[in-house]
Structure formats: structure tokens, C-alpha cells
Design a protein around this ligand. Structure first.
Ligand code: 0WD
Ligand code: CA
Length: 376
């Protein structure tokens, strides 16, 4: 019924039913992307409780380029893992919006207006997936979209394939997921003049998130992303320019490995940090046993130069134009303002982006507490 209805509606109004992800279609001039501005922050504590402040912000402590970091240390006895079976959807970001509603209204819309004054609200991670879609050949995605008071809220839904992968991770993979967090602990201090506590507990419930506002072509965006740490120098530029992204990756030993690193990993790293305007990525290269063998800095703005030596490599303009066109597609499809109505956008590699419509279903994601509070 839904499929049919949606087709009928689309035919009446000339709304396209699908969209191509072929890279060549998006090779045109770089779209306007306004410098992202931080409009707030929030923290999630060791129990995943929300705080409208920067209590979880950590400080970057330079490791030197030949440090002695064993990323396996503490996996068995000093690790508290977030339950990734719990789907939080946009909840923390919605809490931030409610807590800062007055501020948002007065700076972006006439004081009498009851709208947020942005077109899209989402996680940075969801936008990263959109940016990399024209080059992705492994993993598809599902994005649920609802329109509420003129704003399009976009929340990821776990694909069947992703759930199967998550539920069948090997012990080796589980441990390797810890390595990235352990690397953060070797590099970050809790206090501005502090030192990292390598003997402490790694708790992946804890997070510090920035909330930024920007514009891609004619789309006003408000999104949030997790930030690993900041430059401790008080003279550092204001956020997000003082933020530092931390990464780990397998050490590069062969030309083939170097090429794969440039083609796949640097694409993801670039997209993730470019979106919120994080200028620096600190990468720890580790061996098979989880020992960091070198540390390198990547400047986000220089990554696209770095990869130009690769044959047939990814292009930032394709990523940004695809994202912009996808957001236009969403705007053309999602017309009804109703928080219980979900348009589910679907993409699988080698396919087009399509969508289905769902009323009062398992996909509804805007919580009653948010809708109620926004109405008051
Ligand atoms: O509902 C969902 N499907 C998701 C929710 C997917 C991704 C994130 N989240 C939520 C969580 O509340 C998290 O605190 O978003 C927050 C982070 O959002 P983001 O910054 O937009 O996510 P992303 O850019 O994908 O990842 C940033 C970091 C990761 O670091 P690396 O260096 O590995 O990219 O956030 C962590 C991870 O440390 N992370 C997550 N934390 C909580 N839940 C998740 C997740 N699902 N995915 C990555
Ligand atoms: Ca990171």
C-alpha cells in the first residue's frame, strides 16, 4: 500500500523516485560550504548521561613520533564498553536542542517564530556516510527522515547486514575496536596541564560532542559530532579550529597498502573532519600486535592534495555535490510535516537511492518528550 501510494504521489507531483550515486554525475564545481560555526557542546558521562557542558572535553598531549604505546593493555581488566545494541538515535542531540532552544530561536529566526531556522538536524557521522557514498562499494545505509516544524530530522537505521556483522564480530575484531579508544587514552589528558593516565579505565560511554551550524549550497545544517580532544594552548584558535581528531590504522609496509590507505581510509578521515571544520588528524600506525610504531599528523585541508597521486582517486567535490543533491532530493520528497511519518531512504552499493514511506511504524524516531516540549 505504501509503495503504491508513494508512487502515485510521486507521479502526480513529478518528484523523482530515485537518485543515482555514480561519481561522474557529481564532478562539477565545488558547492558552497560555509565555514562551520560551533553553536554549543555537550557531554555524555561514564553512564551515558547527558550534560549541557564540556565536562568530558580532553586536552591533546603530543606523543612524539616514536612513542611506546601498547594498545592491547587493559582490554581484559580496564575496559567498560558502551552497549551498542542500545539505539540512541538522535536523542542526545534533541536534548541539546531543547536545552538551548531559546538561544537558537533568538539567533536564527524572528523571536516570535516557533521553528529552529535550519533545514536539517542530524549526526555528523550520518553526513560522513553520505559524503563517501559515490565511492563506497561495501556497505549500504538506511536513513530515516521526518519533517517537524519545517525542519528535516535525519536518523540512521541499522541495516540488516550491519546488524549481522555486529552480532558476529570475532574476538580479534572486538579487541581491535578497543585499540582506537586506548590510543585516545595515551594521548589525552583530562586537565589542561595534566598528563595522560595510561593506567586508567577506558570507558566508551564517555563522549564530548560539538554542535555546529553551517550551510551546504542552499541547505542550512545543524549537526553534532564527537570530538576527541583540543589543543591545550589557550592561544589556539576558537572551536572547531582547536579540535584534534585521533585515529589508528595498520602500519603501511607495501605500495599496495599505501594506495589502499589513500583510497579508502583517507576518504573517510577527510569527510569526517572536513564536515565540522576539524583541521588536524593525529594518526597512530600500529603493528599486528597493537603496538604503535609511528605517529603522523594529517592536515584535513591538505588530504585532497596528498591523494592526487593515486590513479582514479576520490574527489572532495564529488562527495560534497552528491551530499547536496541528496539533501535536495530529500527536500523534494519529504513534504508532509508530521513527526510520526518517516521517509526511509535506502541505498545499497551498485544501486540507486530509493525510499519508502512509513506511518506510525517501528521507524518513528522523534520521541514524544521532544515533540511535547517543542510545542510548549
Ligand atoms: O544512532 C546511530 N546510528 C549513531 C549514533 C551512529 C553514530 C554515532 N551515534 C551517536 C552517539 O551518540 C555518539 O556519541 O553519535 C555520537 C557520535 O557521533 P558522530 O561524531 O556523528 O559519529 P562518527 O563521526 O561516526 O564517529 C565519531 C566517533 C568515533 O570515532 P572514530 O575515530 O572511530 O570515527 O564516535 C564514536 C567513535 O569513537 N562512535 C560512536 N559512539 C557512539 N555510538 C558510534 C556510535 N554508534 N559510532 C562511532
Ligand atoms: Ca577518533
Amino acid at each position: 500500500y505504501n509503495q503504491k501510494r508513494c508512487r502515485a504521489a510521486a507521479e502526480e507531483t513529478n518528484v523523482p523516485r530515485s537518485m543515482s550515486t555514480r561519481a561522474q554525475l557529481y564532478e562539477r564545481v565545488f558547492p558552497q560550504y560555509r565555514q562551520p560555526v560551533e553553536i554549543g557542546v555537550f557531554s555524555l558521562d561514564s553512564e551515558r548521561a547527558f550534560f549541557n557542558d564540556s565536562r568530558q572535553l580532553r586536552y591533546y598531549v603530543e606523543p612524539g613520533n616514536k612513542p611506546n604505546f601498547n594498545l592491547r593493555d587493559g582490554y581484559r581488566d580496564r575496559f567498560i564498553k558502551r552497549d551498542d545494541g542500545v539505539k540512541e538515535r538522535l536523542d542526545h542531540l534533541l536534548r541539546w536542542i531543547l536545552a538551548n532552544r531559546a538561544k537558537l530561536r533568538s539567533t536564527h529566526t524572528p523571536s516570535s517564530s516557533c521553528t529552529l531556522g535550519v533545514d536539517f538536524v542530524t549526526w555528523r557521522g550520518h553526513l560522513t556516510k553520505l559524503l563517501t557514498t559515490p565511492y563506497e562499494t561495501q556497505e549500504g545505509w538506511l536513513l530515516a527522515v521526518s519533517k517537524f516544524r519545517g525542519t528535516l530530522y535525519m536518523s540512521e537505521v541499522e541495516t540488516e547486514a550491519a546488524r549481522v556483522n555486529r552480532e558476529n564480530r570475532t574476538e580479534r575484531h572486538e579487541e581491535m575496536m578497543y585499540w582506537g579508544y586506548k590510543f585516545e587514552q595515551y594521548i589525552c589528558a583530562d586537565e589542561v596541564n595534566g598528563v595522560p593516565d595510561r593506567g586508567g579505565v577506558v570507558n566508551t560511554n564517555e563522549a564530548f560532542c560539538t554542535v555546529v551550524q553551517t550551510r551546504l549550497a542552499d541547505h542550512k545544517l545543524l549537526f553534532s559530532g564527537e570530538v576527541d580532544c583540543r589543543d591545550k594552548d589557550p592561544r589556539a584558535p576558537p572551536a572547531p579550529a582547536c579540535y584534534v581528531e585521533l585515529k589508528t590504522s595498520a602500519e603501511i609496509c607495501t605500495p599496495k597498502q599505501r594506495s589502499n590507505f589513500h583510497r579508502y581510509k583517507l576518504l573517510k578521515w577527510w569527510a569526517q573532519s572536513f564536515l565540522p571544520g576539524v583541521p588536524r588528524i593525529i594518526a597512530g600506525f600500529r603493528d599486528h600486535d597493537g603496538v604503535v610504531v609511528s605517529v603522523e599528523t594529517f592536515h584535513t585541508s591538505k588530504i585532497s592534495q596528498l591523494i592526487k597521486t593515486e590513479y582514479n582517486c576520490w574527489k572532495p567535490t564529488v562527495c560534497m555535490n552528491f551530499c547536496s543533491d541528496f539533501l535536495s532530493f530529500v527536500k523534494s520528497v519529504v513534504k508532509e510535516d508530521n513527526p510520526r511519518l518517516v521517509y526511509l531512504f535506502t541505498w545499497e552499493p551498485h544501486r540507486e537511492v530509493t525510499y519508502t514511506v512509513h506511518r506510525d511504524s517501528q521507524y518513528t524516531f522523534l520521541p514524544d518528550w521532544f515533540i511535547k516540549e517543542m510545542a510548549s
